[in-house]
Design a protein around this ligand. Structure first.
Ligand code: NAD
Ligand code: DAU
Length: 335
């Protein structure tokens, strides 16, 4: 089996490459990543020497670069590559359209041309928009994206669907809730708060801090994609989530308690524009149809994650480069 994994140097993609190399050592894994600010080959040091692993630096929207890779007999494409951060999409939407929509279309077109057996699109629960105080997103919830990021992911999902309906391409779409765990870029809530707390810097909580996210440990997302790529029914969407709804203040307080830091570090800042209030996932379909079961409960997962960042301070130092500092200043000012 030969897998073309795009975005495999990012947070979830690199966890997925490590997961597949460990669980399917006979599979050939081609990791294609453009190495944007979010791509980090350090995440993949332990598989670099793996005989069935290969890295290729390329942009998924660059057809000329992608064509030889797909022409070379790939079985399955797993598309993680994306611009993934909502706040960046508010500052600079265009690149989200280029990578997330145009990039996905380029891959779909090549998958069709070279008769790829399956195309797995790694999507997000954010395509469904926002929930009120009650209810869950199911696969039948209408798409109602609210940010340029989620709109670009919803656009990609519709293209994936269209290639199935129009050309009969064997596709699956996964829509997962918020992931946390090792190797997450420190622009996202959990690693950002860990990093700031460790340095006794203010923890910037948007709005009233009561927005709810449904947290899933990244390895549980990887095991869901593993099942979908092997057993998912053609054309189907699968939601993925562990029913771990927490508001942002709860998450931040847990991190502070784990690190033994004071709650006085919490600083309320201007709310994110168009900030979705609540996400919560109904994952009954993947549980019942494919037998998926998350392994990590949130309380242990978050503790392990805090420990991981404490034990990998060099990984964090390497990331906190000039480019990161520039972004941080644009987003939060001189705090
Ligand atoms: P990330 O930002 O950490 O990683 C994205 C990776 O894609 C990086 O390695 C980057 O270099 C690469 N990339 C960006 N543009 C590219 C291009 N044009 N060509 C090739 N590579 C490119 O993102 P992540 O959090 O790991 O998310 C991965 C995927 O999972 C995304 O599609 C995202 O929408 C989806 N997702 C994320 C979450 C989450 O909580 N992080 C939850 C559900 C779904
Ligand atoms: O739901 C899945 C999505 O989860 C993925 O599709 C996205 O790629 C991923 O980035 C994530 O999106 P969120 O916007 O939910 O994640 P983020 O970590 O940016 O923010 C989580 C919550 O924390 C959100 O309500 C905004 C809030 N927040 C975030 C940051 C960075 C703050 O209060 N302060 C912050 O500094």
């Amino acid at each position: 089996m030969k897998l073309l994994i795009t975005g495999g140097a990012g947070f979830i993609g690199s966890n997925f490459v490590l997961y597949m190399a460990k669980n399917y050592p006979d599979y050939q894994l081609i990791n294609v990543d453009a190495l944007t600010y979010a791509g980090n080959l350090e995440n993949l040091r332990s598989v670099e020497q793996h005989p069935n692993y290969r890295f290729v630096k390329a942009d998924i929207a660059d057809r000329a670069a992608m064509e030889p890779l797909l022409a070379d007999g790939v079985d399955i494409v797993v598309n993680f590559a994306a611009e993934s951060h909502v706040d960046r999409s508010i500052l600079e939407p265009e690149i989200f359209v280029r990578t997330n929509i145009m990039g996905t279309q380029t891959l779909l077109d090549l998958a069709k041309k070279y008769n790829i057996s399956k195309f797995v699109q790694v999507s997000t629960d954010e395509v469904y928009g926002t929930l009120g105080d009650t209810g869950l997103f199911t696969e039948e919830t209408p798409l109602a994206a609210n940010s340029p990021y989620s709109a670009s992911k919803a656009g990609a999902d519709l293209l994936v669907r269209a290639y199935h309906e129009t050309f009969g391409l064997n596709v699956n779409i996964t829509r997962c809730s918020n992931n946390y765990g090792p190797y997450q870029f420190p622009e996202k809530l959990i690693p950002l708060m860990i990093q700031n707390a460790l340095n006794d810097k203010p923890l910037p909580v948007y709005g009233d801090g009561l927005n709810v996210r449904d947290w899933l440990y990244v390895e549980d997302h990887c095991s869901a994609i593993d099942l979908v790529l092997h057993k998912g029914r053609s054309g189907e969407v699968y939601n993925v989530g562990g029913r771990n709804e927490r508001n942002n203040l709860q998450v931040v307080r847990t991190i502070l308690a784990e690190l033994g830091k004071p709650e006085s570090l919490i600083t309320y800042v201007t709310d994110r524009l168009g900030h979705d209030r609540r996400y919560a996932i109904d994952a009954d379909k993947i549980r019942n149809e494919l037998g998926w079961q998350p392994k990590y409960d949130y309380e242990n997962g978050i503790k392990e994650t805090v420990r991981w960042y404490l034990e990998h301070s060099e990984w964090m130092e390497q990331i906190l480069s000039g480019a990161y500092q520039d972004y941080f200043k644009t987003q939060y000012g001189d705090r």
